[in-house]
Write a protein that binds this ligand. Structure first.
Ligand code: TMP
Length: 215
């Protein structure tokens, strides 16, 4: 048809269990994209710098108790408060590399196994945000991540819970997801990440439309 295609940034999301190396890979990917002349920035969710983020941080550090449905909504609100800026950056041609996003929101809450907080419910309260162009799903066993330094400091860093979150991630996978074996070296993983990301960034620049979550 006659719709004009506008170049835009890509929305690239890293997901996976705690301590699987997402943050390291996000930084390396942004560095690599910039070295290729792509305008790219890295964000993390939860964004702990906002007042909602501070409430989430206290909850994760087990300094506060919150109802499970309430904390779920705080994570959602923490993304919604960044929605406008996100859309503005993408439309302006900046590629966003996210260390967790709505997929973590759904997977971690659903992993609690509470009937009123099902995957379907969690998806239904998070429909105003753009879908990722690519989800890099970093996979590793819960036992292997538990052996890593610093594990166990936050609320969800428990092997049984992590296993359930990992199962929930698997249930969310679709054709926009790429599975990355997170047990290799930082450099090997980075090469796999670059290979799947670069074509997606090019498609966004060529004007492929941004999707909506769960569509
Ligand atoms: P982080 O360690 O990547 O900062 O993530 C903090 C924890 O919060 C991690 O255990 C995953 C969890 N989480 C949720 O439960 N819901 C969400 O929406 C997000 C983004 C993270």
């Amino acid at each position: 048809d006659t719709v004009r295609k506008v170049p835009r940034g890509a929305l690239i999301v890293f997901e996976g269990g705690d301590r699987c190396g997402k943050t390291t890979q996000c930084s390396k990917l942004v560095e690599r994209l910039r070295s290729q002349g792509v305008d790219a920035v890295m964000w993390r969710f939860p964004d702990r710098s906002t007042s909602i983020g501070a409430a989430i941080n206290a909850y994760l550090a087990e300094q506060s108790h919150l109802d499970d449905a309430v904390v779920h909504m705080l994570f959602v609100a923490n993304r919604l408060e960044k929605r406008e800026e996100m859309l503005r950056l993408l439309a302006g041609g900046t590629t966003l590399v996210l260390d967790r996003y709505s997929y973590s929101g759904v997977a971690y809450t659903a992993a609690k196994g509470l009937p009123h907080l099902s995957i379907e419910y969690c998806k239904s309260v998070e429909v105003l945000l753009p879908a990722a162009d690519l989800v890099l799903h970093m996979t590793m066993t819960a036992e292997a991540t538990a052996a890593r330094g610093g594990y166990g400091q936050e609320r969800y860093e428990k092997v049984e819970f992590q296993k359930k979150a990992m199962e929930a991630f698997e249930a969310l996978r679709d054709e926009r997801w790429a599975v990355i074996d997170a047990s290799g070296t930082i450099e090997d993983i980075h090469q796999q990440v670059v290979a799947v990301t670069e074509p997606v960034v090019r498609q966004a620049l060529a004007g492929r439309a941004l999707g909506r979550l769960w569509d």
